[in-house]
Design a protein around this ligand. Sequence first.
Ligand code: ADE
Length: 267
Amino acid sequence: MNFHVMTLFPGMITNAMGESITGRAIKAGHINVNAVNIRDFAGNKNNNVDDYPYGGGAGMVIQAEPVYLCYRHICENIQKRKQCQETTGISGSIYKNIEVTPGVRVIYLTPQGKTFNQELACEYATEEDLVFLCGHYEGIDERVTEEIVTDYVSIGDYVLTGGELPALVMMDAISRFVPGVLNNCISARTESFSGNLLEYPQYTRPAAWRGKEVPPILLSGNHKKLAEWYRKQSVIRTALMRPDLLEGAELTEEEKELAGKVAGYGK
Ligand code: ADE
């Protein structure tokens, strides 16, 4: 997976992605992060990329041309890599004499977009390249977003100072679905939101902590009973904490009854 990020603050992206699990995934070559500074395409000696909005109003707007040139630069790099893969016989296809890369998804982080979730993360993880466009100030000239953006995505109903944190949130969630990134390949599938159920509670040693015992089933070693217990706990937890998710979950009649009892109890 190759993440390309158009940003005014590339350090935010490389520093955060270089840590922890994503940092390890970069070192291992499972993911690649290419943060490109929009300012490098300003084309003026002060490296200014913003201007006053037409029609007046507060704040500044990022200009179309530096964003477009930044995008074209990224496309050229993607194409060069694909050409290289083609000639070395690894994979990919050759694009000739074109300025943009067809099929590459360009995600603009904006509170106006559709809300990001686990399903979208899983879908994006199947792409070879993803381009993120991080806005700042009052936004970006509409003409360039119309031209290059394929997906408008928000990470929630609140307004942040820029698109870098949302891009980081998305790259983190997407990376977890890229093969090799998580050591434990089961965890991305059994955790919260898979099958529209939340994850069951977890415990570790000691078996008794300040008088609180772990559920005895966990010490039983009976794998079939344990799997049943995990499932039941997921249903109970979802009914308690996120009953809205249950509509999209596939439940047996018995589980529906259990969820109904738990959700009813919470009201
Ligand atoms: N930019 C500012 N706020 C945002 C949000 N909530 N989601 C995505 N991009 C944003």
